[in-house]
Design a protein around this ligand. Structure first.
Ligand code: NAP
Length: 255
């Protein structure tokens, strides 16, 4: 489905990361990938994972999205290796632990700024660097959560950041549509990852989501990977500005 296509995937920390499941799905479909992790310390583990789990060797490039120079460096290396980019996947979020544990009312100015910068603004920052490599046509995808639209206890400032992220998707879709570049988000149900475990009572999130979802179960990272594959492929060519739920139907539940 993606033979001859190239893509960048941001946000791989380990093999539990949604970014890793996404990379596996895109690689299996024939794409050549550049995968980013936040720091050098993740590289050896990712190299091992890539050599055992991916069919095409990816570029593995550390990139802290709070640093414009590192973002520019990432895309310089992508341009040198691939010369063009067909899709960009942003699978990054961060908030200070105290802002996910304490009362929302107590969110500090710095905690709010940090969550918004890493979890929402970074989509804009990496898209700005990716678009010149996309030319006429491309697909931008990010990862969001229902806490953007509903009160989810302990999701706190991350819910505010996800609301901003979803608005960013719509503005990117509107502005880049004339160039044939689409922007969409996957709103995933809870999956046990490093970031998810930072949310207080995450295991009870998992249980209540499975109990209330029409499909009566949690989702897997591979299901997120497949949905992103759809959004990267021509099968989704008529879809932009959309938030697609991959949550076993939880978002329609009235209970
Ligand atoms: P994850 O494995 O912890 O991935 C989050 C990634 O963000 C990590 O690789 C992390 O790197 C990276 N990151 C944080 N700050 C960064 C920075 N300044 N620069 C570059 N990278 C940075 O957790 P995940 O669950 O797969 O999260 C991926 C995305 O899915 C997030 O947007 C999350 O909100 C979203 N999502 C997750 C779930 C879920 O239940 N898991 C549900 C809905 C949406 P470090 O590890 O080095 O900090």
């Amino acid at each position: 489905m993606l033979a001859g296509k190239t893509g960048a995937v941001f946000g791989a920390a380990n093999n539990h990361s949604l970014a890793w499941f996404i990379a596996e799905a895109l690689d299996k479909a024939g794409a050549r990938l550049a995968i980013s992790c936040q720091g050098e310390r993740f590289l050896p583990k990712l190299q091992k994972l890539a050599s055992s789990g991916l069919q095409t060797e990816p570029l593995l490039i550390p990139c802290d999205v709070q640093d414009e120079a590192q973002i520019a460096g990432f895309f310089d290396r992508v341009a040198a290796a691939y010369s063009k980019l067909d899709f960009l996947v942003h699978s990054i979020a961060f908030a200070a632990r105290e802002d996910l544990e304490g009362a929302f009312l107590q969110t500090s100015r710095e905690g709010f700024r940090l969550a918004m910068e890493v979890s929402a603004y970074s989509l804009l920052a990496v898209s700005r660097a990716a678009v010149p490599l996309m030319g006429e046509g491309g697909s931008i995808i990010t990862l969001t959560y229902l806490g953007s639209r509903r009160y989810v206890p302990h999701y706190n400032v991350m819910g505010v950041a996800k609301a901003a992220l979803e608005a960013t998707v719509r503005y990117l879709a509107g502005e880049l549509g004339p160039q044939g570049i689409r922007a969409n988000a996957i709103s995933a149900g809870p999956v046990n990852t490093l970031s998810a475990r930072g949310i207080r009572n995450f295991s009870s999130f998992l249980h209540s989501a499975a109990a209330k979802a029409p499909l009566q179960r949690n989702i897997s990272g591979a299901e997120v990977g497949d949905a992103v594959l759809f959004l990267c492929s021509d099968l989704s060519r008529g879809i932009t500005g959309e938030i697609i739920h991959v949550d076993a139907g939880y978002h329609i539940s009235g209970t």
